[in-house]
Design a protein around this ligand. Sequence first.
Ligand SMILES: Cc1ncc(COP(=O)(O)O)c(C=O)c1O
Length: 408
Amino acid sequence: MGEVTQQRLLRTGIPVDGNQLIDFGSGIAVVSVGNAAPRVVEAVQRQVADFTHTCFMITPYEEYVAVAEALNDLTPGSFAKRSALFNSGAEAVENAVKIARSYTGRAAIVAFDHAYHGRTNLTMSLTAKNMPYKHRFGPFAGEIYRVPMAYPFRWPTGPEQCADEAFAAFVDDVHTQVGEANTAAVIVEPIQGEGGFVVPAPGFLSRVAQWCAEQGILFIADEIQTGFCRTGDWFACSHEGIEPDLITTAKGIAGGLPLAGVTGRAEIMDAVHVGGLGGTYGGNPVACAAALAAIETMRVDDLVGAARRIESIMKPRLTALAEKYEVIGDVRGRGAMLAVELVVGAGDRTPNPVLTAAISSACHRDGLITLTAGTYGNVLRFLPPLVIGEALLSEGLDILDAAFAATA
Ligand SMILES: Cc1ncc(COP(=O)(O)O)c(C=O)c1O
């Protein structure tokens, strides 16, 4: 299959040239509403015919304000909020760090093992994994400190101890190596994305958030991959009842158009001097029109419920696969953000990236797009569009099963 043909095939179950690919990737968690969602298509066409750009900082427009209001309304926390819009996830994270430093007057940012926050210099510095994200791209930004993640499957003393011990290590590291009074913010993905869909041990994140609040350290939730219904709630922080000081969003927000946001407590967002945040294209009107239509689709079509339904179908199937194939060491995730971690065999948790790549290729060959992830490259992650039908979902899982049968 030629590369061009493959590009043309990235549609959920639409046959082209006699081929069919089922999409369990959504363009890396972007086209949650589908890749030509009718409301998004209509809104984009209408907006393009109206105007394509003014630069919001020069001539403000209603669509930007409406997206900011929607973000203020939908994100966790009933306090007063403000939102600013940008072009990409990495740009949102960069700005969240700027805002946190400006508000607190502190420089240090604490990030976690297995974190992924982007590929610009600052966000690459926050990202944990060397290859391919950081290798030969240094020097990296300063004042970034890394702490252990409460990763139940790989916690040395076992999953039961994970939350307590990881929290103790986090507090100790920040106290001894950084200093609470020097720390502007802790940034964390409520479920880690590129790092392997690591769901932090229950209770870990809420304790981190509580401790941060006690120290005057801001808690930044990077919801770029987890946000907008993906995990079976509007935002993954809600699963632990966390109300972050700042939240970054992108990916699923605009049905495939480039848009990102930082939403935060009003007093924090307002602390930045006038003109300190911005950019030529941030909050582009066409992307904003797409976002409003995507958000309406999520609301009207109940894509929170859809993500939960996907989990209720996929999780038992993945668990059954894990019983059948001992190379599946762990099944995890929430909503339509699910993964399996592949190991060498039962009782041996050595990561198995070679098999992971082979199974992903076999799936692709047989008509299913899956993505790999994980610090050790041994995680198969599944991010189907939230509008996927049950028949297609089930067919995709059959292809996955067959790929394990043939490869594992
Ligand atoms: C959690 C998280 N943060 C930040 C980013 C960077 O977003 P972008 O690729 O839009 O710059 C990503 C992208 O995968 C992500 O998953």
